[in-house]
Every structure is written in structure tokens, then in C-alpha cells.
Design a protein around this ligand. Structure first.
Ligand code: FEO
Length: 161
């Protein structure tokens, strides 16, 4: 069993992961309205992954005998300037999530909570991947600028996820 402080921190992460899903769904809907069907598909899958992350935290809290407390999810931004803006914000958000995971790891270390420390290792790796994915797409979008052909091609590629 973990400490009350750790239980609260893990519950906050459940909320942060569901917020991530909400945020990416908002990006998906924006993209669909702008005709970026591929990005819609990509972001819906991303939102599903985030829900999966939240469930991992929920299951861990239950496994360790803690109490899951679901909280209200904040309203995410609904409008974006461009496809580039979407991915710039997605990258910024993933960096923020990485900082949250790092804080959890630091707390686990501080409390000598090795079970939680071990559980969090998967998320450390996952965050490297998430940041790299968003950053790679953003770099491509920066390269093509306003080219309609380029945007069309990137959007189609994103639809293959
Ligand atoms: Fe659950 Fe994209 O971090």
C-alpha cells in the first residue's frame, strides 16, 4: 500500500490522462470540421491511448488497495489556428505530462515506494515516444508551411495510424 500523498498524486494523474484524452478529442473534432480527416483519425486514436493510460493508473491504484477518486474534467481549448498549431500544442501538452510523470517518480523515490516507482517506468518510456511522435509531425508541418499539397499529404499519412 502506498501513502495518502501518493494515492492523491496518482488520482490526480488519472484526471490528467483523461484531460489529455479530452484535449486530443477536441483537436480531433476541430480537424474534422476543417476537412483534415486523417488528423481526426490520428487524434481519436491518441485520445483512446490516453484513456488507456488513465485506466492503467486506475487499475494500479485498485491493485495496491488504494481508493480511486474520479474528478471533474476541465474543458479543453476548442479552437486552433492551424494544423501546425494543433501539433505544437500537442507537443507542449506531452512535455507537460512528462513533467507530471517525473514528479510522480520523484515522489516515489522520496517515499521509497519502489512498487510505484517500478509501475511508473512504463510511462517514462511512453512519454519519450509521445514527445517524439508529436515533435516529428510538427517538424514536417514546419517544413511544408502553407503548401496545400503538403498539408493534404501529411493529413493522409496521419490517417494511416
Ligand atoms: Fe498519457 Fe500522452 O500521455
Amino acid at each position: 500500500m502506498f501513502s495518502k500523498k501518493m494515492e492523491e498524486a496518482l488520482n490526480n494523474q488519472v484526471n490528467a490522462e483523461f484531460y489529455s484524452a479530452w484535449y486530443y478529442l477536441s483537436m480531433a473534432v476541430w480537424a474534422k470540421n476543417k476537412g483534415f480527416d486523417g488528423t481526426y483519425n490520428f487524434m481519436v486514436k491518441q485520445a483512446q491511448e490516453e484513456e488507456g493510460h488513465a485506466m492503467k493508473f486506475i487499475n494500479y491504484i485498485i491493485d495496491v488497495g488504494g481508493k480511486v477518486e474520479l474528478k471533474g474534467i476541465e474543458k479543453p481549448p476548442a479552437s486552433f489556428e492551424s494544423l501546425k498549431d494543433v501539433f505544437a500544442k500537442a507537443l507542449e501538452h506531452e512535455k507537460y505530462v512528462t513533467s507530471l510523470i517525473n514528479k510522480l517518480v520523484a515522489l516515489a523515490e522520496e517515499e521509497k515506494d519502489y512498487a510505484t516507482y517500478n509501475f511508473l517506468q512504463w510511462f517514462i518510456e511512453e512519454q519519450v515516444e509521445e514527445e517524439s511522435t508529436m515533435s516529428g509531425i510538427l517538424t514536417k508541418l514546419e517544413m511544408i508551411g502553407d503548401s496545400k499539397n503538403g498539408l493534404f499529404m501529411i493529413d493522409s499519412k496521419l490517417g494511416e495510424r
